[in-house]
Design a protein around this ligand. Structure first.
Ligand SMILES: *Cc1c(COP(=O)(O)O)cnc(C)c1O
Length: 370
């Protein structure tokens, strides 16, 4: 029995919605885009949505639209997906990595505060694994130091912090729809913001710098082709409609894992309840106990893969990536200790009890070989 790490959840409704677009005359910049943008903005509780072709392009537009550029520093976790730092580097600004809280695996506000310099312009608040970043503390730091806040909500659609959905806290926020995310459009992303002027710029820049009011070949500013096709939007609209059902399924898969793996002494399990938060389960990540090393974890991962069980080290810290070596000398004790011992297990909506039991068996057999 092979079990993949992740698997999208596509029903006949998605297939029909995509097929309907293919029978229509408009395959890009059409009615589905407008509908998806309005639905996502409404879902996040803000006015504007800008559909883009990936989460990364969304983050890039936010960085540029907020005026962040050469010589500016942006505080971001290293324990996250590399897109968060890349979006900063595209504008020749400098990602400055702050360490994380070992429980929530999100930015530690004290470490953020310690990383501030006269060049700091922004905080990139990433909601890792669908757990909200500590927004009260981060917004307070930002207000005191006059920083802008970008929320990377790419792993956190539907997560709530103090009863409010993520995506509504920062100056702008980005969701992403790669096939391993909670909902997918194949590839795609969505920027949401309350700021009308910011939204207008980003909407123009995703389409080669053309404002809606202008002629087809009138380009006011340097832009990009970051457009999100109608097929993707149709898929996203159906997935969004099914989101609460899907998040409930993911929560119960996580709870099942925690029941089956409770009492395995070599493992630290993810927390099911984070205070003041409602988690939107993105991945299920276990951690080996403190006495283990990265070599143990890698051996365990190889064992699982040989047995047909998908798994991955989530995350490989950004400051330790080959592409970061030339410019980051960060030392992040919590990030490094945690990242050496984490392992994401198969996790998707329709993961069955028998599959979870099989993962747990193979995992425990693998642990006995360490
Ligand atoms: C998925 C993800 C993104 C965006 O990824 P794309 O593949 O460009 O859509 C950005 N940040 C984080 C933390 C992510 O997990």
């Amino acid at each position: 029995m092979n079990i993949p790490l992740s698997q999208p959840d596509i029903t006949e409704a998605e297939i029909e919605a995509v097929t309907a677009v293919l029978r229509s005359p408009q395959l890009s910049l059409g009615p589905r885009l407008v509908e998806f943008e309005q639905a996502m903005a409404g879902f996040a509780g803000v006015r504007h949505g800008i559909g883009v072709n990936s989460g990364t392009s969304g983050l890039h537009l936010c960085v540029r639209a907020l005026g962040i550029g050469e010589g500016d520093e942006v505080i971001v976790p290293s324990f996250t997906f590399i897109a968060a730092a890349n979006a900063i580097r595209y504008e020749r600004a400098m990602p400055v990595f702050a360490d994380i809280d070992p429980l929530t695996l999100n930015l530690d506000p004290a470490q953020v505060e310690a990383a501030i310099t006269p060049r700091t312009r922004a905080i990139m608040a990433v909601h890792n694994f669908g757990i909200p970043a500590p927004m009260d503390a981060l917004l307070d730091i930002a207000a005191r130091h006059r920083l802008v806040v970008i929320e990377d909500a790419c792993e956190a659609i539907g997560a709530e912090y103090r009863g409010r959905r993520v995506g509504s806290f920062g100056h702008a926020a980005v969701f992403a729809f790669y096939p391993n995310k909670q909902i997918t459009t194949g590839e795609g992303g969505m920027i949401v913001t309350r700021d009308a002027a910011l939204a207008a710029k980003m909407r123009a820049w995703r389409n080669q710098g053309r404002y809606d009011s202008a002629d087809w070949l009138q380009h006011e500013e340097l832009g990009y082709n970051y457009r999100l096709p109608e097929i993707n939007c149709a898929l996203g609209l159906v997935q969004l409609r099914r989101l609460s059902e899907m998040l409930a399924a993911r929560s119960s898969v996580a709870a099942m894992y925690n029941r089956v793996l409770a009492g395995v002494p070599e493992l630290i399990l993810p927390v099911l309840d984070v205070p003041e938060s409602r988690q939107s389960w993105f991945v299920y990540v276990v951690r080996l106990a403190d006495r283990f090393t990265a070599q143990h974890r890698d051996r365990l991962a190889a064992y699982l893969q040989e047995q047909g069980i998908g798994c991955a080290r989530y995350f490989a810290p950004i400051h330790r990536q080959p592409s970061s070596r030339a410019w980051s000398a960060a030392h992040l004790p919590v990030t490094e200790a945690v990242a050496a011992r984490t392992l994401a297990l198969p996790f998707f909506n329709r993961l069955g009890e028998d599959q979870i039991a099989r993962v747990a068996d193979v995992l425990q057999a693998g642990l006995r070989t360490l």
